[in-house]
Design a protein around this ligand. Sequence first.
Ligand SMILES: Nc1ncnc2c1ncn2[C@@H]1O[C@H](COP(=O)(O)OP(=O)(O)OP(=O)(O)O)[C@@H](O)[C@H]1O
Ligand SMILES: C[C@@](O)(CCO)CC(=O)[O-]
Ligand SMILES: [Mg+2]
Length: 397
Amino acid sequence: MLARECIVSAPGKVILHGEHAVVHGKVALAVSLNLRTYLRIQPGAAGRVSINMPNIDTFLSWDMSSLHALLPASRAGLQNAVEPDAAVVLKLREYAGLGDGLEDTRSLAVLAFLYIYLSVFAESRELPSLTMAVWSELPTGAGLGSSAAFSVCLSAALLASRGAIACSAVEAGQTARWSDEDLELINKWAFQGEKIIHGNPSGVDNAVGTWGGALRYLSGKIKPLSSTPVLRILLTNTRVPRSTKVLVAGVRDKITKFPAIMNPVLESIDPISCECERILMAMARGPEIQHYRVLEELIDINQHHLNVMGVGHPSLDRLCQVSLAHGLHSKLTGAGGGGCGITLLTPDTDSSVVERSIQELKDCGYDCWETSIGAPGVLHHSPSSLTEDVLKILNSY
Ligand SMILES: Nc1ncnc2c1ncn2[C@@H]1O[C@H](COP(=O)(O)OP(=O)(O)OP(=O)(O)O)[C@@H](O)[C@H]1O
Ligand SMILES: C[C@@](O)(CCO)CC(=O)[O-]
Ligand SMILES: [Mg+2]
């Protein structure tokens, strides 16, 4: 049985530049979003573990004795988040009665839960009864880091329940952050969750979900970009469903098939991200309209590269065309193949142009809204710090 309930949240993210290339050791620039995933675990009915994930229409409950049989034989220790191996994942799949289709990414959330739950409690050999509920403001599987926000929440809540990171009660109406050391551990386990959901993640999405703000990410090295200008960004969800796991695997296959063509494309995306970072730093010292012109060009150049990598989609081409007709520049964000795109709004963009663009994109059947970026990373919540809507949803399970 758990000692008490634990409520956490983590933000989604927008990748400005470097998606896909970052999986292959190139730089990515990413920022957190003001849309969050909320997760609560609380003591459950004795002898049962129940998970409620309304965003993906998944509600499951297991008997504790059957879960005990799945505990890994080795106890690698909490500090060394262990990579899920294929045999373990297969065993969990069979246990949960899940098919092995690449397409059904929803089932991967169940696997991520089982894997982190069993691993985190493996050492104590005592599995607690619990009930988990997750609710997200993020569209699922649309390029805004919903899988990472979910994995970060899962990791934080389970580590806190295990007593592996601080879990003191939060004052009414307040939220609390964890120490850097605790955040490192949350991020390590969230990365394992992402491995189950993405196959071969770079780690950039879970880093943003954990630390929040703006950051530069390169091969596991995270550099916070503390002085970035306030950028106005339009987010468009084409509502075309896609799976990051499938898209990342597709890019890997293309690189294997055409290394001499694809490696230079990756090499060329790297300086796009670096140039963007340089401009953002210059803008933080004093933004000029010329900086925005460069950012717009970088967006166009990167979008072409992403198309060459095979992660474009006609719905994203349409987003680029519609926004460009109003003088605005867009690119896909996240894994592409549908999902979301970003459009840069500049100080010389008239508000009527923004309104017309939003309307035209909505007329295409897309969701479109101006977003705000730079939200805090993973948070520990008191129940009264949640909005009534979120609390109502979490309380209904
Ligand atoms: N709120 C949620 N509840 C349960 N599972 C979730 C939730 N949000 C995301 N997931 C899991 O993440 C999967 C979607 O992850 P995927 O990586 O394909 O998209 P994304 O993270 O939204 O986009 P990107 O990786 O491009 O930023 C879902 O199918 C599900 O397994
Ligand atoms: C496509 C990708 O680069 C970003 C997905 O948000 C995958 C990853 O970095 O893990
Ligand atoms: Mg994802």
